[in-house]
Design a protein around this ligand. Structure first.
Ligand code: ATR
Length: 300
């Protein structure tokens, strides 16, 4: 068994399953992929449901998704997750894409059926479930500010907020061009009931806009590296606010530390990772309840 497989391993069951007790029938595709935590939660869920399948990491180079899907289908795979940088390529390669994934412009979950390959996106719904679980409130009731909204995670969460019809959405990004394009795309979605505004980090009105929000979310990569500052200053935070950082390593980012000191309720991206994984699992195996096993597996 290998920690990471490649396209060359997708040639036969003999090669792919050499040294393994169970057949590889699910995978996460990315480039690079060695760091992915997905097998650590999906394998225990498969085992708990007594499904005879192995969940593997597959390193696929950009441009390799159509070939990978063809080979996986030929080998009888049930489906896969796709991560950076393949979410767009996967969407283009699927025969059918769920409308919410189309709205998000990205696919992170794929199901191979006999007749077709279908794409879904569980990032946005996974975030909504995480917020409900961690803070005990429905996302749709909250005014939300997203810092780093121009990146992949930010766009997924912003889209989910508009699809759910949150009252107000404050989008913050370093480069404003990305935000303008996003705001235009969001304007064509949902019921049109969400008031969307965009800010640069040095906008003098940013603090007031954030203070008016119930939930602050960091979707930027700021906070990942040791020595990173908080993506937002203290002036943007107030007691009683909820602050979610999509980063989970480190578990307490500078933003979360600042928020806790300001009296905010905080949570990190581990819950989003678990919820998007559980929703993906349910696309492959409807009617299952993988959440408790996945949660325990990643906590341990
Ligand atoms: P992705 O691959 O998901 O698009 P990314 O390129 O790593 O992600 O960027 C994620 C987000 O982090 C982006 O919103 C990015 O801002 P820009 O759109 O302006 O590039 C943000 N980001 C990264 N480094 C940042 C920094 N030092 N300050 C502020 N935002 C930053």
């Amino acid at each position: 068994m290998k920690a990471v497989y490649t396209l060359e391993d997708l040639v036969s069951r003999e090669v792919l399953d050499a040294g393994a007790d169970q057949p590889a029938r699910l995978a996460v595709l990315g480039y690079p992929i060695a760091h992915s935590a997905s097998p650590r939660m999906h394998q225990p869920a498969l085992d708990a449901h007594r499904i005879d399948a192995r969940y593997i990491r597959l390193e696929i180079e950009p441009g390799g998704i159509p070939e990978a899907f063809d080979r996986m289908r030929a080998l009888g795979f049930i489906g896969c997750n796709v991560t950076v940088p393949h979410k767009l390529e996967a969407m283009a390669t699927c025969d059918e894409v769920h409308p919410d994934a189309l709205a998000l412009g990205a696919v992170n979950t794929v199901r191979f059926d006999a007749e077709r390959t279908t794409g879904f996106n569980t990032d946005g719904p996974g975030f909504a479930s995480a917020v409900r679980d961690d803070f005990g409130v429905p996302l749709e009731s909250l005014c939300v500010a997203i810092a780093g909204a121009g990146g992949g995670a930010g766009q997924a969460i912003a889209t989910q907020c508009v699809l759910l019809g949150v009252p107000r959405l404050v989008l913050v990004n370093r480069s404003l061009e990305k935000l303008d394009a996003l705001a235009i795309r969001l304007g064509g979605l949902g019921s049109g009931s969400t008031e969307v505004s965009t800010f640069a980090f040095d906008d003098p009105f940013l603090a007031a806009a954030c203070l008016g929000c119930d939930l602050i979310v960091n979707t930027s990569s700021v906070g990942l590296k040791a020595g990173d500052p908080s993506i937002l200053p203290e002036a943007c935070l107030r007691e009683g606010q909820r602050v979610y950082d999509t980063i989970y390593q480190p578990p307490v980012t500078p933003l979360l530390a600042l928020a806790a000191a300001a009296g905010c309720r905080t949570s990190n991206g581990l819950s989003m990772l678990i919820h998007q994984g559980a929703l993906a699992f349910q696309h492959w195996f409807p009617g299952t309840d993988p959440l408790p096993v996945m949660r325990a597996a990643l906590a341990g």
